[in-house]
Design a protein around this ligand. Structure first.
Ligand SMILES: [Zn+2]
Ligand SMILES: [Zn+2]
Length: 358
Protein backbone atom coordinates (compact mmCIF):
# COMPACT_ATOMS: atom_id res chain seq x y z
CA UNK A 1 0.00 0.00 0.00
CA UNK A 2 1.68 3.21 -1.19
CA UNK A 3 0.91 6.16 1.11
CA UNK A 4 1.97 9.80 1.07
CA UNK A 5 2.27 11.96 4.17
CA UNK A 6 1.78 15.73 4.12
CA UNK A 7 2.26 17.77 7.26
CA UNK A 8 0.34 20.98 7.71
CA UNK A 9 -1.20 23.45 10.06
CA UNK A 10 -4.87 24.30 9.62
CA UNK A 11 -5.42 27.23 11.98
CA UNK A 12 -3.45 30.41 11.36
CA UNK A 13 -4.15 34.12 11.45
CA UNK A 14 -2.73 36.89 9.24
CA UNK A 15 -3.09 40.69 9.43
CA UNK A 16 -6.47 40.30 7.65
CA UNK A 17 -7.64 39.58 11.22
CA UNK A 18 -5.35 39.53 14.26
CA UNK A 19 -2.17 37.77 13.11
CA UNK A 20 1.13 39.45 12.31
CA UNK A 21 2.45 37.55 9.26
CA UNK A 22 1.02 37.68 5.74
CA UNK A 23 0.63 34.51 3.70
CA UNK A 24 4.10 34.55 2.11
CA UNK A 25 5.91 35.13 5.43
CA UNK A 26 3.77 32.50 7.09
CA UNK A 27 4.63 30.07 4.28
CA UNK A 28 8.30 30.87 4.81
CA UNK A 29 8.01 29.99 8.50
CA UNK A 30 6.28 26.76 7.46
CA UNK A 31 9.07 26.00 4.98
CA UNK A 32 11.66 26.49 7.69
CA UNK A 33 9.76 24.13 9.96
CA UNK A 34 9.55 21.50 7.21
CA UNK A 35 5.78 21.63 6.68
CA UNK A 36 4.10 20.87 3.34
CA UNK A 37 0.96 23.03 3.54
CA UNK A 38 -0.84 25.68 5.56
CA UNK A 39 -4.40 26.91 5.77
CA UNK A 40 -5.06 30.49 6.84
CA UNK A 41 -8.21 30.97 8.90
CA UNK A 42 -8.77 34.65 9.60
CA UNK A 43 -11.63 35.68 11.87
CA UNK A 44 -14.80 36.39 9.90
CA UNK A 45 -13.09 37.09 6.61
CA UNK A 46 -12.57 34.77 3.68
CA UNK A 47 -9.41 36.13 2.09
CA UNK A 48 -9.14 35.64 -1.66
CA UNK A 49 -6.19 35.74 -4.05
CA UNK A 50 -3.63 34.19 -1.69
CA UNK A 51 -4.01 30.46 -2.40
CA UNK A 52 -1.24 28.67 -4.24
CA UNK A 53 2.23 27.25 -4.02
CA UNK A 54 4.84 29.55 -2.48
CA UNK A 55 8.40 28.70 -3.55
CA UNK A 56 11.48 29.35 -1.47
CA UNK A 57 15.17 29.41 -2.30
CA UNK A 58 15.98 26.09 -0.65
CA UNK A 59 13.58 24.34 -3.02
CA UNK A 60 10.74 23.86 -0.53
CA UNK A 61 7.29 24.62 -1.90
CA UNK A 62 4.48 25.29 0.53
CA UNK A 63 0.86 24.96 -0.52
CA UNK A 64 -1.17 27.72 1.12
CA UNK A 65 -4.97 27.45 1.21
CA UNK A 66 -7.54 29.82 2.65
CA UNK A 67 -10.24 28.90 5.11
CA UNK A 68 -11.98 31.05 7.69
CA UNK A 69 -12.74 31.05 11.43
CA UNK A 70 -16.33 32.18 11.77
CA UNK A 71 -18.04 33.26 14.97
CA UNK A 72 -20.80 35.53 16.15
CA UNK A 73 -19.14 38.72 17.40
CA UNK A 74 -22.18 39.55 19.56
CA UNK A 75 -22.39 36.16 21.23
CA UNK A 76 -22.57 36.24 25.05
CA UNK A 77 -20.75 34.39 26.41
CA UNK A 78 -18.22 34.55 23.58
CA UNK A 79 -17.22 31.31 21.88
CA UNK A 80 -18.39 28.78 19.28
CA UNK A 81 -15.60 29.42 16.79
CA UNK A 82 -16.09 27.37 13.63
CA UNK A 83 -13.17 26.59 11.30
CA UNK A 84 -14.46 26.46 7.74
CA UNK A 85 -12.48 24.94 4.88
CA UNK A 86 -13.12 24.63 1.15
CA UNK A 87 -16.41 26.55 1.20
CA UNK A 88 -14.86 28.97 -1.32
CA UNK A 89 -17.32 31.68 -0.41
CA UNK A 90 -17.90 34.15 2.43
CA UNK A 91 -20.35 32.75 5.01
CA UNK A 92 -19.77 35.02 8.01
CA UNK A 93 -23.25 36.52 7.71
CA UNK A 94 -24.55 33.13 8.95
CA UNK A 95 -22.54 33.31 12.19
CA UNK A 96 -25.58 33.91 14.42
CA UNK A 97 -26.93 30.43 13.79
CA UNK A 98 -24.18 27.79 14.04
CA UNK A 99 -26.42 24.92 12.83
CA UNK A 100 -27.46 26.91 9.78
CA UNK A 101 -23.83 27.86 9.17
CA UNK A 102 -22.67 24.22 9.36
CA UNK A 103 -25.41 23.18 6.93
CA UNK A 104 -24.49 25.93 4.50
CA UNK A 105 -20.81 24.95 4.65
CA UNK A 106 -21.82 21.37 3.82
CA UNK A 107 -23.99 22.58 0.92
CA UNK A 108 -21.00 24.34 -0.63
CA UNK A 109 -19.06 21.07 -0.34
CA UNK A 110 -16.95 22.53 2.47
CA UNK A 111 -15.78 21.19 5.82
CA UNK A 112 -16.39 22.52 9.32
CA UNK A 113 -14.48 21.90 12.55
CA UNK A 114 -15.32 23.09 16.06
CA UNK A 115 -12.22 25.09 17.08
CA UNK A 116 -10.73 24.76 20.59
CA UNK A 117 -13.96 23.12 21.83
CA UNK A 118 -13.06 23.40 25.53
CA UNK A 119 -10.91 26.26 26.81
CA UNK A 120 -9.61 27.38 30.18
CA UNK A 121 -9.44 30.96 31.35
CA UNK A 122 -6.23 32.96 31.43
CA UNK A 123 -7.22 35.85 33.70
CA UNK A 124 -3.84 37.53 33.50
CA UNK A 125 -3.97 38.10 29.74
CA UNK A 126 -7.57 39.29 30.05
CA UNK A 127 -8.63 36.91 27.38
CA UNK A 128 -12.08 35.34 27.43
CA UNK A 129 -12.82 31.63 27.17
CA UNK A 130 -13.89 30.77 23.63
CA UNK A 131 -15.17 27.23 24.14
CA UNK A 132 -17.75 25.75 21.81
CA UNK A 133 -21.14 26.64 23.37
CA UNK A 134 -23.67 25.22 20.95
CA UNK A 135 -23.38 21.48 21.44
CA UNK A 136 -26.81 20.82 19.93
CA UNK A 137 -25.32 21.21 16.43
CA UNK A 138 -24.87 18.23 14.14
CA UNK A 139 -23.39 17.59 10.74
CA UNK A 140 -19.94 19.13 11.26
CA UNK A 141 -16.80 17.38 10.00
CA UNK A 142 -14.77 17.27 13.16
CA UNK A 143 -13.15 18.68 16.25
CA UNK A 144 -9.88 20.53 16.68
CA UNK A 145 -8.85 18.28 19.58
CA UNK A 146 -5.52 20.01 20.27
CA UNK A 147 -4.95 23.76 19.89
CA UNK A 148 -1.48 24.75 21.09
CA UNK A 149 -2.22 28.40 21.88
CA UNK A 150 -5.43 27.45 23.63
CA UNK A 151 -3.58 24.95 25.83
CA UNK A 152 -0.90 27.55 26.52
CA UNK A 153 -3.57 30.04 27.60
CA UNK A 154 -4.75 27.47 30.13
CA UNK A 155 -1.27 27.43 31.71
CA UNK A 156 -1.20 31.17 32.27
CA UNK A 157 -2.78 31.23 35.69
CA UNK A 158 -0.49 33.82 37.31
CA UNK A 159 2.17 36.34 36.31
CA UNK A 160 4.89 33.95 37.44
CA UNK A 161 3.38 31.10 35.42
CA UNK A 162 3.14 33.41 32.40
CA UNK A 163 6.80 34.39 32.61
CA UNK A 164 7.92 30.81 33.17
CA UNK A 165 5.88 29.16 30.40
CA UNK A 166 6.63 31.93 27.91
CA UNK A 167 10.26 30.79 28.06
CA UNK A 168 9.75 27.08 28.77
CA UNK A 169 6.41 26.22 27.15
CA UNK A 170 7.17 22.54 26.65
CA UNK A 171 7.44 22.04 30.40
CA UNK A 172 3.76 22.95 30.58
CA UNK A 173 2.32 21.60 27.34
CA UNK A 174 1.10 18.06 27.94
CA UNK A 175 -1.80 17.30 25.63
CA UNK A 176 -5.41 18.01 24.71
CA UNK A 177 -7.87 18.78 27.50
CA UNK A 178 -9.53 15.64 28.86
CA UNK A 179 -13.01 17.11 28.26
CA UNK A 180 -12.22 17.36 24.54
CA UNK A 181 -11.03 13.76 24.20
CA UNK A 182 -13.99 12.52 26.27
CA UNK A 183 -16.37 14.45 24.00
CA UNK A 184 -14.73 13.04 20.87
CA UNK A 185 -14.95 9.48 22.26
CA UNK A 186 -18.62 9.99 23.20
CA UNK A 187 -19.47 11.22 19.68
CA UNK A 188 -17.59 8.27 18.14
CA UNK A 189 -19.28 5.73 20.39
CA UNK A 190 -22.66 7.25 19.47
CA UNK A 191 -21.85 6.37 15.87
CA UNK A 192 -20.81 9.80 14.55
CA UNK A 193 -17.80 10.03 12.30
CA UNK A 194 -15.79 12.90 13.76
CA UNK A 195 -12.41 13.86 12.32
CA UNK A 196 -9.79 15.13 14.77
CA UNK A 197 -7.20 17.80 13.93
CA UNK A 198 -4.46 19.54 15.91
CA UNK A 199 -3.22 23.03 15.19
CA UNK A 200 -1.20 26.05 16.21
CA UNK A 201 -3.78 28.88 16.16
CA UNK A 202 -0.78 31.05 15.25
CA UNK A 203 -1.10 34.82 15.64
CA UNK A 204 2.44 35.86 16.58
CA UNK A 205 1.16 38.41 19.13
CA UNK A 206 3.60 40.18 21.40
CA UNK A 207 2.75 40.26 25.09
CA UNK A 208 4.39 42.73 27.43
CA UNK A 209 4.95 42.35 31.12
CA UNK A 210 6.98 45.04 32.85
CA UNK A 211 10.20 45.58 30.92
CA UNK A 212 9.88 42.31 29.02
CA UNK A 213 8.12 42.15 25.71
CA UNK A 214 8.02 38.86 23.93
CA UNK A 215 6.35 37.39 20.87
CA UNK A 216 4.38 34.37 22.14
CA UNK A 217 5.04 32.41 19.97
CA UNK A 218 6.63 32.90 16.53
CA UNK A 219 4.88 30.99 13.76
CA UNK A 220 7.93 28.87 13.05
CA UNK A 221 8.08 27.77 16.69
CA UNK A 222 4.43 26.71 16.55
CA UNK A 223 4.93 24.77 13.29
CA UNK A 224 7.40 22.61 15.22
CA UNK A 225 4.75 21.85 17.83
CA UNK A 226 1.18 20.60 17.13
CA UNK A 227 0.40 19.76 13.48
CA UNK A 228 -2.03 17.68 11.45
CA UNK A 229 -0.45 14.99 9.27
CA UNK A 230 -2.39 13.79 6.24
CA UNK A 231 -1.76 10.20 5.20
CA UNK A 232 -3.18 9.87 1.72
CA UNK A 233 -3.25 7.32 -1.07
CA UNK A 234 -2.80 10.26 -3.44
CA UNK A 235 0.44 12.04 -4.21
CA UNK A 236 0.78 15.83 -4.53
CA UNK A 237 1.30 16.91 -8.12
CA UNK A 238 2.52 20.49 -7.72
CA UNK A 239 -0.75 21.70 -9.24
CA UNK A 240 -2.61 23.93 -6.79
CA UNK A 241 -6.14 22.80 -7.65
CA UNK A 242 -5.40 19.09 -7.66
CA UNK A 243 -3.40 19.22 -4.44
CA UNK A 244 -6.06 21.32 -2.75
CA UNK A 245 -8.48 18.51 -3.57
CA UNK A 246 -6.09 15.96 -2.04
CA UNK A 247 -5.77 17.99 1.19
CA UNK A 248 -9.51 18.45 1.64
CA UNK A 249 -10.39 14.90 0.70
CA UNK A 250 -7.95 13.56 3.33
CA UNK A 251 -9.35 15.98 5.93
CA UNK A 252 -12.96 15.18 5.08
CA UNK A 253 -12.34 11.44 5.41
CA UNK A 254 -10.12 11.58 8.48
CA UNK A 255 -7.05 10.21 6.66
CA UNK A 256 -4.90 12.06 9.18
CA UNK A 257 -3.39 12.14 12.63
CA UNK A 258 -2.42 14.81 15.13
CA UNK A 259 1.27 14.99 16.06
CA UNK A 260 3.21 16.97 18.68
CA UNK A 261 6.65 17.42 17.14
CA UNK A 262 8.51 18.96 20.09
CA UNK A 263 9.45 15.74 21.93
CA UNK A 264 10.27 13.91 18.67
CA UNK A 265 9.04 14.41 15.07
CA UNK A 266 5.90 12.37 14.40
CA UNK A 267 6.36 12.01 10.63
CA UNK A 268 6.17 8.34 9.74
CA UNK A 269 3.43 7.27 12.16
CA UNK A 270 0.99 4.85 10.54
CA UNK A 271 -2.19 3.13 11.65
CA UNK A 272 -3.85 0.57 9.41
CA UNK A 273 -6.21 -2.39 9.51
CA UNK A 274 -6.37 -5.44 7.34
CA UNK A 275 -8.45 -8.54 6.82
CA UNK A 276 -7.68 -11.22 4.25
CA UNK A 277 -9.01 -9.03 1.43
CA UNK A 278 -8.08 -5.40 2.01
CA UNK A 279 -5.88 -2.95 3.88
CA UNK A 280 -7.37 0.26 5.13
CA UNK A 281 -6.00 3.47 6.63
CA UNK A 282 -7.22 5.98 9.22
CA UNK A 283 -10.64 7.32 8.36
CA UNK A 284 -11.60 4.33 6.23
CA UNK A 285 -13.96 1.49 7.07
CA UNK A 286 -13.43 -2.22 7.00
CA UNK A 287 -15.99 -4.97 7.32
CA UNK A 288 -15.67 -7.52 10.07
CA UNK A 289 -17.23 -10.14 7.72
CA UNK A 290 -16.23 -13.67 8.58
CA UNK A 291 -12.64 -13.16 9.64
CA UNK A 292 -11.11 -11.01 12.34
CA UNK A 293 -9.21 -7.85 11.59
CA UNK A 294 -5.64 -6.99 12.46
CA UNK A 295 -4.90 -3.43 13.56
CA UNK A 296 -1.28 -2.30 13.17
CA UNK A 297 0.28 0.89 14.53
CA UNK A 298 3.84 1.97 13.74
CA UNK A 299 5.58 4.89 15.42
CA UNK A 300 8.79 6.63 14.31
CA UNK A 301 10.42 6.07 17.72
CA UNK A 302 9.73 4.16 20.93
CA UNK A 303 6.62 5.34 22.72
CA UNK A 304 3.66 4.12 24.72
CA UNK A 305 0.62 3.30 22.57
CA UNK A 306 -3.00 2.64 23.40
CA UNK A 307 -5.81 1.42 21.18
CA UNK A 308 -9.07 3.06 22.21
CA UNK A 309 -12.62 2.05 21.28
CA UNK A 310 -15.81 3.51 22.79
CA UNK A 311 -13.69 5.56 25.18
CA UNK A 312 -12.05 2.43 26.59
CA UNK A 313 -8.41 1.44 26.26
CA UNK A 314 -8.56 -2.07 24.88
CA UNK A 315 -4.84 -2.66 24.32
CA UNK A 316 -1.62 -1.07 25.44
CA UNK A 317 2.09 -1.30 24.68
CA UNK A 318 5.04 0.40 26.36
CA UNK A 319 8.36 1.51 24.86
CA UNK A 320 7.64 -0.05 21.48
CA UNK A 321 7.60 1.22 17.91
CA UNK A 322 4.99 -1.25 16.70
CA UNK A 323 1.74 -2.63 18.03
CA UNK A 324 -0.66 -5.27 16.70
CA UNK A 325 -4.15 -6.08 17.88
CA UNK A 326 -6.86 -8.39 16.59
CA UNK A 327 -10.42 -7.08 16.73
CA UNK A 328 -13.60 -8.99 16.28
CA UNK A 329 -16.18 -6.37 17.28
CA UNK A 330 -17.44 -3.43 15.22
CA UNK A 331 -16.51 0.05 16.47
CA UNK A 332 -14.35 3.12 15.88
CA UNK A 333 -10.77 2.20 16.77
CA UNK A 334 -8.16 4.87 17.32
CA UNK A 335 -4.57 4.97 18.58
CA UNK A 336 -3.06 7.42 20.99
CA UNK A 337 0.61 7.56 21.85
CA UNK A 338 2.47 9.22 24.68
CA UNK A 339 6.18 9.86 25.04
CA UNK A 340 8.51 10.99 27.81
CA UNK A 341 9.68 14.57 27.46
CA UNK A 342 11.17 16.83 30.13
CA UNK A 343 10.63 14.17 32.83
CA UNK A 344 6.94 13.64 32.13
CA UNK A 345 4.78 11.45 29.92
CA UNK A 346 3.06 13.69 27.38
CA UNK A 347 0.56 13.26 24.58
CA UNK A 348 2.41 12.74 21.31
CA UNK A 349 0.12 11.29 18.62
CA UNK A 350 -3.64 10.91 18.13
CA UNK A 351 -4.72 8.88 15.12
CA UNK A 352 -8.12 9.26 13.55
CA UNK A 353 -10.30 6.17 13.88
CA UNK A 354 -10.56 3.20 11.59
CA UNK A 355 -14.23 2.22 11.42
CA UNK A 356 -14.80 -1.50 11.79
CA UNK A 357 -18.33 -2.19 10.53
CA UNK A 358 -20.49 -5.34 10.68
ZN1 LIG B 1 -10.77 30.84 17.90
ZN1 LIG C 1 -8.00 31.23 15.77
Amino acid sequence: MELYEYVGNLHNHTPYSDGILYHREMAQAAAQAGLDFLISTDHNIWVTGTEGYYDFKDGRNILVLTGEEIHDLDRKPAGSHLLVYDANTELRNLSKNPQNLIENVAETGGLSFLAHPFERAAPIVEDAVYSWRDWHVTGYTGLEIWNYMSEFKGLVTSRIAAMFYAFYPDIGISGPFKETIDKWDKLLSDGHRIVATGNADAHGQTYSMGPISRCIFPYEFLYNAVNTHLVSRQKFTGNKSIDKGIVYSALRNGNCFVGYETPHPTRGFRFSASNEHIDCIMGEEISISDKSIRLIANAPTQCNMQIVCNGQTIAESRNQTEMHFIVSEPGAYRVQATINHKSRERSWIFSNPIYVVP
